[in-house]
Design a protein around this ligand. Sequence first.
Ligand SMILES: [Zn+2]
Length: 66
Amino acid sequence: MSDVLYDSPTEFLHEVAEKKGECVAQSVIPRDDGSYVVACSCEQWEVIASGRVEGLDLARRHTHSI
Ligand SMILES: [Zn+2]
């Protein structure tokens, strides 16, 4: 199972465009209020995390990497 994580939304979106519908990439993007939006390339999954580490953890759980 792939476990690719991107900090750059631009890079992430480029990857998603090529792999639409698959859980190949997850993004953890900071919001203005200090929380993070965690999203997956499958477009079926998006959550709010209180921190970057938590976001990465949630992303790995989503892809069953841990
Ligand atoms: Zn997914």
